[in-house]
Design a protein around this ligand. Structure first.
Ligand SMILES: O=C(O)CCC(=O)C(=O)O
Length: 267
C-alpha cells in the first residue's frame, strides 16, 4: 500500500475500531455472566477470519488424528466434583492431547503460530473489555481446541476451575473466592443440539454441587463468528455429536496469574 495513503487512512481505521468497541453495550453481557454464569456474544469474527482459522486447523487436525490412531496413549485418572473420572492423554511435540470424554479431544497443539496465534483471535478488544470488567487486573490467557467427532458421547459434567479444596469437593470453598477464571468458546462450525452444543447448569457458578440437580439446563445455538463466554466455576459439559461432521471449538481461557491452569491432575 502507498505509504502516504496508509498514513492518512490510519486515523480513520483507528476511529472505526474505536467506535465498534465503544458502541458495544457490555451491561447485558456482564448481567448474564453474573446471574446465569454464561452468555453469547454475537458476530465477534468475520466469515473470512473464521474460514482462515478453519483452513489453518485442517492439517493440524490430521496430525492429531495420526497420533490418536497410532499411539495408545496413557491412562489419566482424576476427580471432578468428587467423582472419579477415567480418561486418556497423549503427547504431541511439547503439548498434550487430552481425551475430554468419548470421541472428544482437547489440545493447545498448533497455537504458537499461524491463524491460531493471531492477535485478533487471542486478544479480541470486546473480550478484553469483558475480562477487564470481570477479572480487573493481573490476568493472562491461553488457547486450545476441543473437537467432538461424529458419534462422540457426552462429556462428564465439570467446572473448568479446581475446587480449591482437598476435601469438601462440593465447591463451597471455591464459591467464597472472587471470580478468577472465564472461558470463551469460539466454534469453527455453527453449534446446534445436533452437533453437541455445550450444556450449562445455569447459575451453578454460585452454587455448591448439592444444588446442581435443581439447576435449569440450557444449550445455545451459536452462529459462526459468535462466542460463548462463561464463568469457569459453572458446571457444564459438551454433548454428543449426532451429526456426520466434526464439531471443533476453539477455547480461550482467561485466568488470574496466580492460578496454575497448566496443572492437570493425573497427567
Ligand atoms: O466440548 C464442549 O462443548 C465444551 C467443552 C468444555 O467446555 C470443557 O471441556 O471445559
Amino acid at each position: 500500500m502507498n505509504i502516504l495513503l496508509s498514513l492518512t487512512s490510519f486515523p480513520i481505521v483507528i476511529c472505526l475500531l474505536f467506535t465498534q468497541v465503544e458502541a458495544f453495550d457490555l451491561k447485558p453481557i456482564l448481567a448474564d455472566l453474573e446471574k446465569d454464569g454464561v452468555t453469547i456474544i454475537p458476530e465477534l469474527f468475520s466469515p473470512e477470519e473464521m474460514d482462515a482459522i478453519h483452513d489453518y486447523y485442517e492439517p493440524i487436525k490430521e496430525k492429531i488424528l495420526h497420533v490418536l490412531d497410532t499411539d495408545k496413549g496413557h491412562q489419566r485418572i482424576f476427580q471432578t466434583d468428587g467423582v472419579t473420572t477415567y480418561s486418556h492423554y497423549w503427547k504431541i511435540d511439547q503439548d498434550f492431547i487430552l481425551q475430554a470424554g468419548p470421541g472428544r479431544f482437547d489440545t493447545s497443539y498448533g497455537f504458537r503460530e499461524g491463524s491460531f496465534a493471531s492477535d485478533h483471535l487471542l486478544h479480541h478488544p470486546i473480550l478484553e473489555q469483558i475480562m477487564q470488567q470481570t477479572l480487573h487486573k493481573e490476568y493472562t490467557n491461553y488457547a486450545g481446541i476441543i473437537n467432538a467427532m461424529p458419534e462422540s458421547g457426552s462429556q462428564y459434567w465439570h467446572r473448568d476451575t479446581h475446587n480449591l479444596a482437598d476435601s469438601n469437593n462440593d465447591g463451597s470453598q471455591l464459591l467464597t473466592m472472587d471470580d478468577f477464571y472465564f472461558t470463551v468458546l469460539i466454534p469453527l462450525v455453527p453449534l446446534s443440539e445436533e452437533n453437541g452444543t455445550t450444556e450449562f447448569r445455569i447459575g451453578t457458578h454460585r452454587k455448591t454441587a448439592q444444588a446442581f440437580d435443581e439447576a435449569e439446563n440450557k444449550r445455545f445455538n451459536v452462529a459462526l463468528g459468535s462466542a460463548i463466554v462463561f464463568n469457569g466455576k459453572i458446571s457444564h459439559r459438551g454433548r454428543e455429536n449426532f451429526s456426520s461432521h466434526d464439531r471443533p471449538v476453539i477455547y480461550i481461557v482467561y485466568h488470574k496469574k496466580w492460578y496454575n491452569d497448566r496443572y492437570r491432575e493425573g497427567l
